[in-house]
Design a protein around this ligand. Structure first.
Ligand code: FAD
Ligand code: PHB
Length: 389
């Protein structure tokens, strides 16, 4: 078998890249280790920057997002009984769209099926070979048989635990990492949200977030310990703890119900440099992870795909590899700024188990400054809505 670009992983980065390449007439095949239903059952991000929306439009997969997505002009930060609204639109002229990653994935899968591009689901033991040659190969097992695909380029879009980054010799890649001493316990519930915008809460008992997927479906998060399990958190206990962390107005607006999904995610900052090895290019979570506090994970996957798709199209249309050579540096410049923002938001809004009195006063001063300074609010807003590509 032969294709121009072999894409590993059918998450948002792999599907978006495949769609943009297919629309430009570049042949590609996606290999995904899980089933389609499994990929669609994962509840993850919910906030989409304007840049990512534009890219979904280019991919002709934004119709439902425009119909069902909720445009948010701002967000709220709560601390010590006070709430400060950060007005994105007034401060930056930009907005964000609340639309679940699951829905984006579904729209991209539908768009891919409509144009007849090929995706292999349940591709086991994917392995990459000859990445430094101009004829890389990818093999996988499917239905007891081993298959092999020859290509010009491999796009490693297979997330943090994927095979692509691990296929790069250790001497050729550097990793930078911070693991945070807590996780996020997330609950999805079929009830209207407490407020029409997101509320990020810094509370003595830990961080909380009131988010949503639609006007009738809410997503809530609580900072939890890393050794906790979802079985330790029956729904009643989750709602009691959330109420404790919310201000009285938010708490009284909260509508609770049976959870339809509950999961714990650890928090990590991670960057692998460079995002290229020979003819293998990494994109999205395969190359970097951010803690979810800044709502940047999915959006960084989109900006990587923007740079990579343009570079591949330039190579196939005009024969120039210049943009491919610049890909890693361009993508990483934006990645590090999103890493900084996500780390800063995490630092400002969570309770760190080992924080000293000094650390806590620094955090309070940071929030007091944010609540009172338009310059500080503008800096938050500019990063939250997404830095330009
Ligand atoms: P992924 O979505 O991870 O997709 C990678 C795909 O590759 C998967 O389908 C996987 O099955 C497949 N794959 C893996 N290994 C192989 C292999 N060996 N062979 C073939 N296929 C393989 N971001 C936010 O902004 N807000 C959030 O609330 C948020 N919550 C999250 C919760 C969790 C539990 C996780 C893991 C991430 C969360 N993120 C969140 C981050 C965001 O979801 C990711 O940044 C985004 O999914 C990145 O997309 P991706 O396509 O690069 O990677
Ligand atoms: C979500 O809705 O899942 C969500 C929103 C904002 C974040 C993180 C997660 O910062």
């Amino acid at each position: 078998m032969r294709t121009q670009v072999a894409i590993i992983g059918a998450g948002p980065s792999g599907l978006l890249l495949g769609q943009l390449l297919s629309l430009a007439g570049i042949d590609n095949m996606i290999l995904e280790q899980k089933s389609k239903d499994y990929v669609l059952s994962r509840i993850r991000a919910g906030v989409v920057e304007q840049g990512a929306v534009k890219l979904l439009e280019e991919a002709r997969a934004a119709e439902r997002l425009h119909r069902e997505g909720l445009v948010h002009d701002g967000t709220e930060i709560a601390f010590q009984g006070r709430r400060r609204r950060i007005d994105f639109k007034a401060l930056t002229g930009k907005v964000v769209t609340v639309y679940g990653q699951t829905e984006i994935t579904r729209d991209l899968m539908d768009a891919r099926e409509a144009i007849g591009a090929e995706t292999v689901y349940e591709a086991a033991d994917v392995a990459l070979f000859d990445l430094k040659s101009d004829r890389p190969r990818v093999s996988w097992r499917e239905g007891g048989e081993t298959h092999e695909l020859q290509c010009d380029y491999v796009a490693g879009c297979d997330g943090f635990h994927g095979v692509s980054r691990r296929s790069i010799p250790e001497s050729e890649i550097a990793a930078f990492e911070r693991v945070y001493p807590f996780g996020w316990l997330g609950v999805l519930v079929e009830k209207p949200p407490v407020s029409h915008e997101l509320i990020y809460v810094n509370h003595d008992r830990g961080f909380a977030l009131c988010s949503m997927r639609s006007t009738s479906r809410s997503r809530y998060y609580l900072q939890c310990r890393l050794d906790e399990h979802i079985d330790d958190w029956p729904d009643d206990k989750f709602w009691e703890e959330l109420v404790r962390r919310l201000d009285p107005a938010a708490a009284s607006a909260l509508q609770t119900g049976a959870s339809i999904e509950k999961s714990i995610a650890p928090l990590r900052s991670f960057v692998a440099e460079p995002m290229r090895y020979g003819n293998l290019f990494l994109a999205g979570d395969a190359a970097h992870i951010v803690p979810p506090t800044g709502a940047k994970g999915l959006n960084l996957a989109a900006s990587d795909v923007h740079y990579l798709s343009h570079a591949l199209i330039e190579k196939y249309k005009n024969g120039s590899a210049k943009d491919l050579d610049l890909y890693a540096a361009k993508a990483l410049a934006r990645v590090w700024k999103a890493e900084r923002f996500s780390w800063w938001m995490t630092q400002m809004l969570h309770r760190f188990p080992e924080s000293s009195g000094f650390d806590q006063r620094m955090q309070a001063a940071e929030l007091d400054y944010l609540f009172s300074s338009e310059a500080a609010q503008t800096a938050l807003a500019e990063n939250y809505v997404g830095l330009p590509y």
